[in-house]
Design a protein around this ligand. Structure first.
Ligand code: GLN
Length: 517
């Protein structure tokens, strides 16, 4: 056998490229700060002034929560573009992390102005960091490297380890020291992420170092001018709003935002087709990705009941007593992250084993399965809410079962969809496409909030029908995606043009002797 033909792959991080270590831990700490802070948000907003909160109504607080989570992911769109054309993924991630950390520091200062300014900073920073760090994961692999799906599953595990740390640490600090200590802990988490990012940056071997399609100096200068102008306008608007010169109705804003975000998603996708100078094959690959995006949006709209209607179901309709111990309501939400971490190794191994057997289910197929499995979880909620409607609190196992099923669905769809974005997008628009994809989270989150509005725990009689409808809707869309995936499967297999998928970190040195560590 000719040894020069054998590929020497960097497999120093659990069989994956060493650069994954850098991205895994940075994203783990970023998610620790994001979920840790998010867990306190509604509680903080609705708590009275005496309790250390800011005494908003539940309606305003949940609307702000929906707007915040929607905005965090929405900003991925400009964030991805900035990396592709101006900064490159590495610097976008670095500056994004710094802005997030500053946001949490400001949140830790007890004042209403600090609260809103802190949230705005987290939104801006996450927009820069989230799509770009996620896109860089994919760039660690050459286009024919089968480890990509497994790599994203591992990365996704890091996200959820971070979430667990976040829930535990900020939840504990909130109870024992106050909300602002919880927000401060989120800042410390992000700082740890930044330190390890800087220290282990060389492992990325040049991935994301430069923007893949930089603007010329003139256009870049103009773009920075526009960006600074928009930021200055935002600062002025925030100042006016905080001083009551302009008023914002969060409930009304949340209602229009889901429609606006959906329209923007379609417009952007369309504009990539029209103005992206795509080859025919690139168009087909992005057509296949579109199907995954539809599945992803539907998935999150159902899945994100976790933070809203399932949370209230746990609080008001579930018998949380185990002997003398009352299970805290928030524990149910973190079940998702626990199951995810526990099941991830099996899924990573499953994809690797399937690909060794030359069985590589397409991205569309896996997304359809994920969506169908998630929708099936609502059958359990149908029966659980029927039992609750009879007036008795239900056993905690119902929610445990639902979270388990939803996590299995998430593992089939979510890391796989990230992998699909990185594989199917032209490399020159990697960040931007990840930004468009992250919009599916944004829309899903906002729509989930609107669905949850119809699931009031004070009226459990209305619940079974709505849960059944979600099940039917989810399964039907899943079935359609499944059928369409039969067509898009061959589009996914089209090779990237001109080897543009290759990059410094993934270039394989065929001249290296076999077995070199
Ligand atoms: N838990 C995943 C993450 O934080 C997905 C979040 C989402 O709402 N889609 O990346």
């Amino acid at each position: 056998m000719d040894p020069t033909k054998i590929v020497d792959k960097d497999a120093s991080f659990f069989g994956q490229p060493g650069g994954l270590q850098t991205l895994f831990f940075t994203e783990m700490w970023e998610r620790m700060s994001y979920y840790g802070m998010r867990a306190l948000l509604v509680l903080f907003m609705t708590a009275s002034l005496q309790e250390g909160g800011i005494a908003f109504t539940v309606a305003s607080a949940t609307a702000i929560y929906g707007l915040y989570t929607g905005a965090v992911y929405f900003m991925g769109l400009p964030g991805g573009w900035i990396a592709d054309r101006l900064l490159g993924g590495q610097r976008a991630t670095w500056y994004g992390g710094i802005i997030i950390m500053l946001g949490h520091i400001v949140l830790a200062i007890p004042s209403k102005a600090g609260f809103f300014i802190g949230m705005i900073l987290v939104v801006l920073g996450t927009g820069l960091l989230k799509p770009n760090i996620t896109a860089m994961v994919g760039q660690l692999y050459s286009s024919d490297d089968d480890r990509r799906d497994g790599g994203y599953t591992l990365y996704y595990m890091g996200i959820n380890i971070g979430s667990i740390i976040g829930y535990i640490v900020t939840g504990y600090l909130m109870e024992n020291a106050g909300y602002h200590w919880g927000f401060g802990a989120a800042a410390v988490g992000m700082a740890l992420g930044l330190i390890q990012y800087k220290l282990t940056l060389p492992k990325l071997k040049g991935v994301g170092e430069k923007p893949p399609k930089p603007l010329g100096p003139k256009a870049a200068k103009r773009s920075w001018g526009i960006i600074w102008f928009l930021l200055a306008s935002l600062a002025v608007y925030t100042f006016l709003a905080l001083n009551n010169y302009v008023s914002i109705n969060p409930v009304a804003a949340a209602e229009s935002v889901s429609i606006i975000f959906t329209a923007i998603f379609f417009l952007f996708y369309l504009s990539v087709f029209i103005f992206g100078k795509l080859t025919r094959d690139e168009m087909k690959r992005l057509g296949a990705l579109f199907l995954v995006c539809i599945a992803s949006t539907m998935f999150w709209a159902g899945f994100e009941q976790a933070g809203s209607s399932f949370n209230l179901f746990a609080r008001d309709l579930t018998d949380r007593m185990v002997g003398d111990f009352e299970i805290p309501t928030t524990w149910f939400q973190s079940l998702n992250s626990f199951f995810l971490v526990a099941l991830s190794p099996f899924f990573a191994a499953l994809w690797i084993n399937l690909s060794k057997r030359m069985i590589n289910p397409s991205y569309g197929f896996k997304s359809a399965i994920g969506l169908i499995i998630m929708a099936t979880g609502f059958i359990v909620m149908f029966f659980a809410s029927q039992a609750a409607a009879s007036g008795m609190k239900v056993a905690p196992y119902w929610l445990v079962a639902v979270y388990f099923i939803h996590t299995v669905g998430e593992l089939c769809l979510s890391p796989v969809a990230l992998s699909a974005v990185s594989k199917l997008s032209p490399k020159r628009m990697a960040g931007q496409m990840m930004g468009i994809f992250v919009l599916t989270y944004s829309i899903g989150n906002v729509v989930a909030g609107r669905i949850a509005g119809g699931l009031n725990p004070d009226d459990p009689q209305a619940m079974p029908e709505l849960y059944w409808t979600i099940f039917l809707f989810g399964v039907s869309v899943g079935a359609v995606v499944f059928v369409l995936a039969l067509f898009t499967r061959k589009w996914e297999k089209l090779a990237p043009d001109d080897g543009e998928d290759e990059h410094p970190g993934a270039v394989i040195d065929a001249n290296e002797p076999v077995g070199k560590p």
